[in-house]
Design a protein around this ligand. Structure first.
Ligand SMILES: Nc1ncnc2c1ncn2[C@@H]1O[C@H](COP(=O)(O)OP(=O)(O)O)[C@@H](O)[C@H]1O
Ligand SMILES: [Mg+2]
Length: 371
């Protein structure tokens, strides 16, 4: 069942047309990846779905009562609240109850007799209320989510204005994942996640019952999470079934097929024109040539896009100047080590990088990859 329908959308910013005649449907429980070049309109589509912006033409239809969790590409917070307070956004009543429990237990210390008895009853009542409201589970979930996303307990009471961009972005993700939602819209959530946190997100989405749109450049994550890929290109959205690898394969096959068909059509026209040119003044062939000319003209009139080239993927090409011979060794590290004060990042690191070789560096945050 469709939970969100974008119908015939047109969206411009000033003179720039970003989306044109875009149609897209999202279905309950479906996890889809969204890919496309920078500036192709991916974030704009999410903003249309949330209703933060409205289309110039067309309609956005959301299922009634649909609860959307949105992680913007750049998370912004007021900065006044602490990490824990932010994590309680939407469940402030739990935070208030927790505070009341804390206050009651504090007050009990200085009471005695009947007053203490009364306070204890109040304390029990508050704890019971907290439990009924799912408070304990919620607190556990907050702690687990923050840990999984890599925000250490030392940071939980820090004001969000003291967090780094990466930490803020991770907190934003944790916050969105805590909410009760039917649809998650995650705009490049993995940019600030290390491998472990990314794997945790993958498991989270695997268990999540709602639908999700995941904008990501992480093809491995898309391969494991997405059952469909939305490709944003040429101001429209094309939906491909399957994961990222399927999408690449199918897309390439379809493009190749379109290219072939185009070549066939172009060759046919070329041959026909050539035939007409060679025969239009030939005794005995004039009639045939004229017939072909008329048919060709009609064909092109009835199919105005007959000779349109298939849409070509915008590709980025790099070119590196050839070096003159030389060795294939680009970098050699021998027994390299680096410490900051007491913290030893690595020791005895030895490796070569050869010309044309591509190396990946992986490891949790803070282990020394950038160093
Ligand atoms: N609020 C805005 N005002 C003006 N231009 C915008 C605005 N939002 C997006 N754009 C432009 O629309 C295009 C698509 O942007 P965006 O949806 O952010 O792309 P993506 O997320 O795919 O990188 C870009 O050229 C961007 O500059
Ligand atoms: Mg974007």
């Amino acid at each position: 069942m469709a939970i969100v329908v974008l119908q015939d959308i047109h969206k411009s910013f000033g003179p720039e047309v970003v989306l044109d005649r875009l149609d897209l449907q999202l279905h309950a429980g479906e996890k889809v990846g969204m890919v496309g070049a920078n500036g192709s309109g991916k974030t704009t589509i999410l903003n249309l779905i949330t209703g933060q912006i409205t289309p110039d033409i067309g309609r956005v239809i959301r299922q009634k009562g649909l609860r959307i969790g949105y992680l913007p590409q750049e998370a912004t917070f007021s900065g006044e609240r602490t990490v824990l307070e932010e994590m309680h956004a939407g469940v402030e009543h739990l935070l208030r109850l927790q505070q009341a429990i804390h206050d009651a237990s504090h007050e009990m210390e200085s009471l005695a007799g009947a007053e203490l008895q009364a306070k204890m009853r109040q304390y029990d009542r508050l704890c019971h209320e907290f439990e009924i409201a799912g408070g304990y589970e919620y607190e556990t979930r907050i702690q687990m989510t923050l840990a999984a996303i890599g925000l250490e307990p030392e940071l939980h009471h820090a004001k969000t204005s003291d967090l780094s961009g990466g930490q803020l972005s991770r907190m934003g993700l944790a916050q969105v994942l805590m909410l009760e939602t039917d649809l998650l819209l995650l705009d490049e959530p993995t940019n600030h996640l290390d491998l472990q946190a990314t794997e945790w997100l993958e498991r989270f989405l695997g268990n999540y019952r709602g639908g999700a749109v995941l904008i990501s450049h992480d093809r491995y994550l898309l391969d494991r999470v997405a059952c469909k890929i939305i490709e944003v290109e040429n101001r429209q959205a094309h939906v491909w079934s399957g994961n990222y690898s399927n999408y690449i394969q199918t897309r390439d096959t379809v493009r190749l097929q379109q290219q072939r068909e185009y070549t066939h059509r172009a060759e046919m026209i070329e041959r026909t024109r050539d035939f007409i040119a060679r025969n239009k003044d030939q005794e005995g062939m004039r009639g045939t040539a004229r017939g072909r000319k008329i048919r060709l003209k009609r064909l092109l009139k009835e199919n105005p896009d007959f000779l349109d080239k298939p849409v070509e993927q915008r590709t980025i090409r790099f070119s590196f100047a050839e070096t003159d011979g030389g060795s294939d060794l680009v970098i050699r590290c021998e027994a390299m080590g680096k410490s900051f004060g007491d913290l030893t990042l690595f020791e005895n690191l030895t490796f070569d990088v050869l010309r044309g070789e591509r190396l990946g560096i992986t490891g949790p945050n803070g282990t020394g990859k950038t160093t």
